[in-house]
Design a binder for this molecule. Structure first.
Ligand code: SF4
Ligand code: MG
Length: 274
């Protein structure tokens, strides 16, 4: 076992529930590299939603909460307000975050609350058996769309930006260094940081949507679809069809952060004797 894994994984919870060849393992690996320094690791508080990705915090040997479907951000918001010194990180899936959790996502981003959200996007409901998710591309075949998906997919990064997130990055499981860098930047960023990671799911998305459970082939497909942001900006909508931009997509410092805003409000209220 790698020394960082040896030091930071919760041994009693192993093996992970991830299928062989799943991209979630790469995300966990890249995350551990980012948070290994003790000054970061000792201040972490991890929250997971429901789905394969939601299990990720359970495998890290630190304070972790495994919550309800779609509610990870609601729990994480309460946690951050109660313990503003903790570095709160949420692990969520595309179904968990964009479907049942979409409303919580919208408002956490709007509030610009200081936390880092890692959304592992396999473009399908993996754990529950391969159903269509809001991120499933149009015309894709899944267990619930055997003749093709009639719905266009949602772009989570654009939703995050529209709602007010102040750090947004997208990487893939073929870019582990990019994930590590984004996690570090997200943790340092004093506001709502959203990191989308496109991951291969050989068991569900692979078999039904892409016609192969070969994780190496799926990883190659994801890598080929990823376009660095600087290049994507010069490409037309037609050229970008079926592709997505990767890298740091958005960063701003022009919105107030919720926990600091509330602390100031409390001070003002105390000063006015309320
Ligand atoms: Fe990974 Fe898919 Fe297996 Fe879930 S079902 S652990 S996303 S390969
Ligand atoms: Mg999913």
């Amino acid at each position: 076992m790698h020394p960082i894994a040896e030091k930071r994984l919760r041994k009693g919870a192993l093996p992970t529930i991830f299928c062989s060849g799943c991209g979630h393992g790469t995300v966990l690996n890249a995350f551990l590299r980012a948070v290994d320094p003790p000054e970061i690791f000792d201040s972490l508080a991890l929250v997971g939603g429901i789905g394969c990705s939601g299990w990720t915090p359970v495998f890290v040997d630190t304070d972790a909460m495994h919550t309800l479907h779609g509610r990870a951000l609601a729990v994480a918001t309460g946690l951050k307000l109660a313990a503003p010194d903790r570095k709160v990180v949420v692990f969520t899936g595309d179904g968990d975050c964009m479907s049942i959790g979409g409303n919580h996502f919208m408002h956490a981003a709007r509030r610009n609350i200081d936390m880092t959200v890692i959304m592992m996007n396999n473009r399908i409901y993996g754990m529950t058996g391969g159903q269509t998710a809001p991120t499933t591309p149009l015309d894709s075949r899944t267990q619930t769309s055997p003749y093709g998906n009639a719905e266009p997919d949602i772009d989570a990064c654009r939703v995050a930006e529209a709602c007010g997130a102040t750090y947004i990055a997208r990487w893939t499981s073929a870019h582990p260094r990019g994930i590590t860098r984004a996690v570090r930047e997200g943790l340092e960023h004093p506001g709502f940081a959203f990191i989308e990671v496109m991951v291969q799911c050989p068991t569900q998305a692979g078999r039904y949507m892409y016609g192969t459970a070969d994780s190496a082939r799926l990883l190659k497909m994801i890598k080929q679809a990823a376009v660095p942001k600087s290049r994507a900006q010069g490409m037309s909508e037609e050229e970008m069809a079926g592709r997505f931009a990767i890298g740091l997509l958005h960063r701003s410092d022009d919105r107030p952060e919720l926990t600091r805003g509330l602390a100031e409000l409390n001070q003002r209220a105390a000063g006015e004797g309320r």
